[in-house]
Design a protein around this ligand. Structure first.
Ligand code: GLU
Length: 505
């Protein structure tokens, strides 16, 4: 390869730092390093309503924790910056307008209601119910409406017939019918670009040579290929990696497995092990050994050896591998240093002082009182949840409903967590103290700990949710049939709670 290899990850900072992001980062990094190229991190934050600075920070720090360092990025700079799309936002419009001038894109003034009608009509005609067909207005109408200041988006033109052929490093040729591809919005009515426009423009301007990303983006590839053609730019080589899966083969989701990298840090995994395990997702060392370091992986890397059968991300397997790393790779001194860094440091201990100091008589009381804050899953049995007032089925619902409610909570703070549980208790007509008790046991292992809401705040969303999920499982979980009923109950409960809250405001 004569060109310098440049790969990138382009996470959107809209949530927890996902293990899938680390997985894709790892393969991009290995590929770049193997070719003496560069690995770039670009933040795709054009969705301003959902992007947060906190999530960006979390993504950067968790990738750093794993040692997946980038050569260029928002924090380290580089020749092709800025590396945050919100800082490039004024540049995208000109590209969309260039396509209008070339006749490859058009202004679209349709209202959401009109678009619904188009979708319906296409659906009843047996067509893909996307936005397609004759949406353009005659030039004079466009002029008049622009002059009037009507709201518009810019859409790309997409052929109606034939098929687009995508070349993928792992999959060979993939054919997608143009009839399945929408006239994608490129520039939104607020003037912000969509993912598709910004992603293609930036990959080009940042001289990206290989786009290695998750298979969920395959359907976007025809739009991207067409944009590269319209702009007459060389298209990077595409490689769509297989999706990580839960042990039941469904797509890896936080409903079934902890998916945030923060969780694995908090639960005491070594970063080396997480990287090692992610390296085994669809890939193996030539000698098939299970334990290998990032450097070993880079030395033996060959992207074309990725196999496509959905790799299973199994926390138990990861745990086993972590044990191996701890036993075989840490000297006693390393072990102590890691333990100190992980738990016994100011960041972790200081926030606990206000809850602990008033309750101890000797320093020896500290560990029994705080042990649960430094544990993974607690060793719980169904009997631990025996409740004076609530039946087991109710206890199980309290835990499951709290889990679902807290899964939807994006603001992880004490007041929000308390408000969520209080609303649930009220909706279920259970006294708040009775509702809290099983949650105490799930989180702290005992009803006698300090405020469980404080504990959850410090444990963080991932560990708290994982413990609630573990508690439901300790009580036997729900059968498939029951699950449906329980989900329905939860839905009506939430509707009632939300209606109530709306009434109060
Ligand atoms: N912003 C997209 C994401 O969130 C990037 C996808 C891509 O790599 O093209 O994953």
């Amino acid at each position: 390869m004569s060109q310098i290899v440049r790969t990138r990850i382009a996470p959107s900072p809209t949530g927890d730092p996902h293990v899938g992001t680390a997985y894709i980062a790892l393969f991009n990094m290995c590929f770049a390093k193997q070719h003496n190229g560069k690995f770039i991190l670009r933040i795709e934050d054009t969705d301003q309503a959902r992007s947060t600075a906190e999530s960006e920070q979390d993504i950067l720090s968790s990738l750093r924790w794993l040692g997946l360092d980038w050569d260029e990025g928002p924090d380290v700079g580089g020749e092709y910056g800025p590396y945050r799309q919100s800082e490039r936002k004024n540049d995208y419009r000109a590209y969309a307008e260039q396509l209008i001038e070339q006749g490859d894109a058009f202004y679209c003034f349709r209202t959401p209601e009109e678009l619904d009608v188009i979708r319906e009509e296409r659906k009843s005609a047996g067509l893909n119910p996307g936005i397609k067909g004759n949406l353009e207005l005659p030039a004079e109408d466009v002029e008049a409406r622009l002059a009037r200041g009507d709201a518009y988006v810019i859409r790309m033109k997409v052929p109606d017939e034939g098929a687009c052929v995508i070349d993928d490093m792992l999959r060979g040729k993939i054919e997608i019918d143009w009839s399945q591809v929408d006239c994608q919005i490129l520039l939104k009515s607020d003037g912000m670009p969509t993912y598709h426009l910004a992603n293609v423009v930036d990959d080009h301007l940042m001289a990206i040579t290989h786009v290695i990303r998750g298979e969920e983006w395959i359907n976007s590839a025809p739009k991207h290929k067409l944009l590269y053609q319209y702009f007459a730019w060389d298209m990077p080589t595409l490689c769509h990696m297989p999706l990580l899966r839960n042990p039941d083969k469904s797509k890896l989701s936080k409903r079934k497995n902890p998916t945030s990298i923060n969780y694995y840090e908090r639960a005491g995994f070594l970063p080396e092990t997480v990287v090692n395990y992610l390296g085994r997702m669809g890939w193996s060392m030539p000698d098939e050994r299970e334990k290998f370091s990032l450097n070993d992986m880079i030395e033996s890397f060959d992207l074309t050896r990725v196999s496509l059968g959905g790799p299973i991300f199994d926390v138990e397997k990861l745990q086993w591998l972590n044990g191996l790393w701890i036993r075989e790779n840490l000297t006693p001194e390393d072990f102590v240093a890691r333990a100190k860094k992980w738990a016994f440091n100011e960041n972790h201990l200081l926030p606990l002082v206000e809850h602990v100091q008033g309750r101890v008589e000797t320093l020896a009381d500290i560990l029994p009182l705080t042990g649960f804050m430094f544990s993974g899953m607690l060793d719980l049995k169904a009997e631990d949840f025996t409740h004076k007032k609530l039946e087991e089925s109710q206890v199980k619902r309290v835990l499951q409903f709290a889990l679902w409610r807290l899964e939807a909570q994006r603001h992880w703070n004490k007041d929000q967590i308390f408000a969520d549980i209080k609303a649930l208790a009220k909706g279920m007509e259970i006294k708040i103290g009775d509702c809290m008790q099983p949650i105490f046991i799930a989180i702290a292992g005992t009803p006698n700990s300090w405020s469980v809401v404080d504990s959850m705040t410090h444990l963080g969303p991932d560990m708290s949710r994982a413990r609630l999920r573990h508690a439901v499982n300790c009580l036997g979980g729900f059968s498939k049939k029951e699950s449906k009923r329980v989900e329905k109950e939860y839905q009506s409960l939430i509707e009632a709670i939300d209606a109530n809250l709306a009434g109060e405001n």
